[in-house]
Design a protein around this ligand. Structure first.
Ligand SMILES: Cc1cc2nc3c(=O)[nH]c(=O)nc-3n(C[C@H](O)[C@H](O)[C@H](O)COP(=O)(O)O)c2cc1C
Length: 160
């Protein structure tokens, strides 16, 4: 479970992780907001040999069979924590294709509104990177709780 923010989306990541464990799977949560990476620029990427936390993130992501990416909508798109982490991941290693290609990815959001735009933005980015993104997604907000049946179905699809 990769969450881009620390409030409702972290809580939603917790729901996915709890449900996965109840279904007999191993699940961990990575919080990109907490990792607090510096902003990616090409100049900075040439200066910084080691970005604190990046090796751990890559190890966690590469050892997982599949990912749930859980992020709020920001300005009709994804939050900078997510875009920034993927920029670092895609440039720090020659084998970035091995990290993303064929990886099963599920998308979920807790947003201020419907969350369709962040789902679309994430779908476009992860598909571009070669991931197999599930057609089904979970969108929630303060008036629409995360549907447990959707969580279970998405986890089943990611596990099979
Ligand atoms: C900079 C910023 C931009 C936002 N833009 C949108 C938006 O375009 N659409 C939307 O539905 N909600 C938007 N929101 C609301 C967030 O999606 C909502 O507060 C969400 O719960 C934040 O995630 P969190 O609770 O995990 O921190 C925005 C919030 C911030 C801080």
């Amino acid at each position: 479970m990769i969450t881009a923010t620390s409030d409702n989306n972290l809580a939603l990541a917790g729901k996915f992780a709890d449900a996965a464990r109840e279904m007999g799977h191993e699940a961990d949560i990575v919080n990109l907001a907490e990792l607090d990476f510096p902003m990616f620029t090409v100049a900075r990427s040439k200066e910084l040999d080691v970005v604190p936390g990046m090796a751990e993130l890559k190890a966690a992501m590469s050892s997982a069979d599949s990912w749930m990416v859980i992020a709020p909508e920001y300005n009709g798109s994804m939050p900078p924590t997510l875009n920034n982490a993927v920029a670092w991941l895609s440039t720090q290693w020659k084998d970035f294709r091995a990290l993303f290609n064929s990886r099963k990815v599920g998308l979920a959001t807790h947003s201020g509104g419907g969350g369709e735009h962040v789902i679309m933005a994430m779908r476009q980015m992860f598909s571009y990177l070669g991931c197999n993104v599930l057609g089904r997604k979970l969108a929630s907000n303060k008036d629409k709780e995360a549907n447990p049946e959707t969580i279970e179905d998405m986890l089943n699809q990611l596990a099979n």
